[in-house]
Design a binder for this molecule. Structure first.
Ligand code: NAI
Length: 253
């Protein structure tokens, strides 16, 4: 990879799980990284790890669904770290339930974080990207976009992310900006640990049941996703845009 220009990446939901692995990886790739999560202090340990490894990082407490907080955070990132021209929309929540038991609040909460949050972040950051004539947007979808029992809200949001991504690729391509989506299968994080707890099984039992269905015979790790993000963000990936990459240990679609 050739990287002559210093770049600043903004990663949402970066305090833990996939977002934390993406932040570490992009920092190791040489980018300055703004870690955005609900609570600034929750980003401290990953920020410290990046600093200790010689990288540049900044933690920001922001609810991605809050328009004014998003704008304030992006201005701070621009002045303290550099103009954000890489965006990874990763923040996410689950509010699983069968359709007949799903509340309007749980529907709205999932739509707000995944879709409204990605929209607000992308709309705010595209200005820096178009001015720079270069940008990379990576959005986290999921294999659940293909349909998953108990996840009408989440599946709709993750399918929506795919349409959003392809539209960004079409609208922003002429400014040197690419937009791609990564759709992970099962990844070992606190999100999947919470799912195991909700269905009343230990994480080990949950993992071994899921792993039986995965062709490569193991569960995914946050670094598996970080590696794919690193590729989409790389300087040489400028002709790859509007794609959905399933990172699921086998063919998911
Ligand atoms: P996680 O639950 O471990 O971490 C999510 C992070 O997002 C947390 O740090 C949380 O505080 C943050 N967050 C939630 N709402 C936010 C908001 N409104 N504003 C800012 N930050 C917020 O989740 P995980 O597993 O790391 O997932 C990351 C992304 O990958 C999510 O979009 C998820 O839907 C997606 N994904 C995860 C899979 C898995 O198996 N773990 C599979 C497919 C997709």
């Amino acid at each position: 990879m050739t990287r002559s220009t210093p770049r600043t990446a903004l990663v949402t939901g970066a305090a833990r799980g996939i977002g934390a692995a993406v932040a570490r990886r992009l920092a190791a790739d040489g980018l300055s990284v703004a870690l955005v999560d609900l609570d600034e202090a929750s980003c401290d340990s990953v920020v410290k790890e990046i600093h200790d490894a010689g990288g540049r990082a900044l933690g920001c407490g922001v609810d991605v669904a809050d328009e004014s907080a998003v704008h304030a955070a992006i201005e701070r990132i621009d002045s303290e770290l550099g103009e954000p021209t890489v965006l990874v929309n990763n923040a996410g929540i689950l509010r699983d339930n069968l359709l007949f038991k799903m509340s309007v609040e749980d529907w709205d909460a999932v739509m707000n974080v995944h879709l409204r949050g990605s929209f607000l972040m992308t709309r705010a950051v595209q200005e820096y990207m178009t001015t720079a004539g270069w940008g990379r947007i990576v959005n986290l979808s999921s294999t659940s976009a293909l349909g998953n029992r108990g996840q009408a809200n989440y599946a709709a949001a993750k399918a929506g992310i795919q349409g959003f991504t392809k539209t960004l690729a079409i609208e922003l391509g002429k400014f040197g900006i690419t937009a791609n989506a990564i759709a992970p299968g099962f990844i070992e994080t606190e999100m999947t640990m919470a799912t195991a707890e909700r269905v009343g099984v230990t994480f080990d039992d949950f993992k071994s049941a899921v792993t039986k269905q995965i062709p490569v015979g193991r569960g995914g790790l946050p670094d598996d996703i970080a590696h794919a993000v690193s590729f989409f963000v790389s300087e040489d990936a400028g002709y790859v845009s509007g794609q959905v990459l399933y990172v699921a240990g086998g063919p998911a679609a």
